[in-house]
Design a binder for this molecule. Structure first.
Ligand code: SAJ
Length: 434
């Protein structure tokens, strides 16, 4: 039985360890966070993801997986550590320090015949650099004594286990035998296609996928700006535009967050400034979105104040995570908006966030939370930031005369796409009143 060592037990590393263990590999998960290692060994999955707790419990009890604090020798090493960015002259650059520290750990135990697989998102060329660094620290020859491949993960938080198994993958070797070594591993649990390519190809495809999604979201946000400018509902505009067989505009939101889409395009901009004008502009458009939303909220507060000069405006913020139905606050535009609102003295606001412990929001971010009904009953303005399924019934809970600002499409009626609705007049013009 092959032994696999997964380095980094986060959103990718832990589910990957579990799925490998389920497929009868002997798996150890290494992490420098010793508290996390203990928690995982005690069946605490650390992250929220459907099925993860029961799956973790099972592979631990069957002794197919354990988390470890010291690196051990293995046949395969899978690197799944974060690659955040650092800001340099207003441009963002990849911070690869976690990747390089895994190289130090692996080189302590690397032996002839082993394969090292990088899954973290990285700038183009990093895998070859990783191979060179391992050669320098071990005196072994990359591509001959040991093998190196870049196999980017493509999973969607909330659907990780399904996508780990079913998505197709690109296995990018530093040479052909390295790609084949990766194939021997992934073929055991991936049902999708396995494309054997160079490491440069695999690095590029990962960054292009996420940058293209970012650019498409920027289109949606730009369309929303146009719609707001002339006072029409952006969600309705987009839904009806999408009835065109070749138009597919995404959903405008309060911004782009998370650890991937908001970060990865910068890795391309950093390396290829002349070929990435659109990706850079898209990043700027999406980064500006939370501030645009804040301006709309401030306008609404000022308007409310005009008719209620002696009262304090009470607000409810619905949703703080970076996207719907996840417990992840990383780079969350909704959280940024709430933190900015916290600085405004003339309002009182509470947040409703079903996926995060109230105590964390209170202690770490100084944000007060409330149950949905209580928050709605006690608010003059309601701000929808994240379209959690939990809020689906919102329309039926609203009180009369409440101002609702919807920045995620939560309130948006799909009824106008029904056949009957298409036969009715859906607007009122000043000429109708003449
Ligand atoms: N968003 C919008 N409008 C939309 C869709 C998303 O504003 O129509 C926003 C979300 O609210 C969120 C951000 O974009 O703030 C990113 O969310 P996401 O659902 O687009 O993607 P992630 O970051 O959760 O996961 C992405 C996925 N990549 C692609 O879809 C191309 C996933 O498959 C990758 O594995 C993941 O990045 C990663 O790890 O790189």
């Amino acid at each position: 039985m092959k032994k696999i060592c997964v380095l980094g037990l986060g959103y990718i590393g832990l589910p990957t360890s579990i799925i490998l263990a389920e497929n009868n590999f002997e798996v150890i998960g290494f992490d420098v966070d010793h508290i996390k290692v203990d928690r995982i060994n005690n069946s605490d999955a650390v992250i929220q993801e459907p099925e993860i707790s029961s799956k973790l419990k099972k592979v631990l009890s069957e002794k197919k997986f354990k988390a470890v604090k010291e690196i051990e020798s293995a046949d395969y090493f899978i690197i799944a550590v974060p690659t955040p960015f650092k800001v340099n002259n207003l441009e963002k650059q990849a911070d690869l320090s976690y990747v390089w520290s895994t190289v130090e750990f692996i080189s302590q135990v690397l032996k002839i015949g082993d394969t090292v697989i990088l899954e973290s998102t990285v700038p183009v060329g990093t895998t070859e650099e990783l191979a060179r660094n391992l050669e320098l620290s071990t005196n072994l020859k990359a591509g001959k004594d040991f093998f190196v491949a870049y196999c980017p993960e493509r999973v969607f938080p909330g659907k990780i286990f399904y996508e780990l198994e079913n998505n197709s993958r690109v296995l990018g070797g530093i040479n052909s035998i390295s790609a084949q070594k990766a194939q021997e591993l992934y073929i055991k649990f991936v049902k999708g296609n396995l494309h054997l390519e160079s490491s440069i190809f695999a690095e590029m495809i990962k960054l292009v996928e996420n940058s293209s999604r970012d650019a498409q979201i920027a289109i949606a946000n730009q369309v929303a700006s146009l719609a707001y400018k002339v006072g029409i509902d952006p969600y309705k505009l987009i839904s009806i535009a999408n009835e065109h067989p070749r138009v597919k505009i995404l959903n405008p939101t309060c911004g782009v967050g998370g650890h991937c889409i908001a970060v990865d395009p910068w890795f391309l901009v950093e390396s290829f400034p002349e070929q990435t004008e659109l990706f850079k502009k898209s990043r700027q458009i999406n980064d500006a979105k939370p501030y645009q939303v804040l301006n709309f909220i401030k306008e609404a507060i000022s308007k409310w104040k005009l008719s209620n000069p002696n009262s304090k405006c009470k607000m409810a913020i619905l949703g703080l995570t970076y996207k719907p139905n996840v417990d992840d606050l990383r780079e969350s535009p909704a959280l940024l908006i709430a933190q900015e609102l916290n600085k405004i003295a003339e309002i009182d606001f509470v947040a409703v966030e079903p996926y995060i412990e109230p105590e964390i929001l209170n202690k770490k971010y100084n944000i007060k939370t409330e149950k949905l009904e209580n928050a709605l009953n006690d608010s003059n303005i309601i701000i929808c930031l994240v379209a959690h399924n939990y809020f689906k019934n919102l329309k039926n809970l609203l009180l009369k005369d409440q101002i609702v600002l919807d920045f995620c499409g939560l309130m948006h009626e799909k009824d106008y796409l029904n056949l009957e609705a298409t036969k009715t007049i859906n607007f009122k013009s000043k000429y109708d009143e003449k």
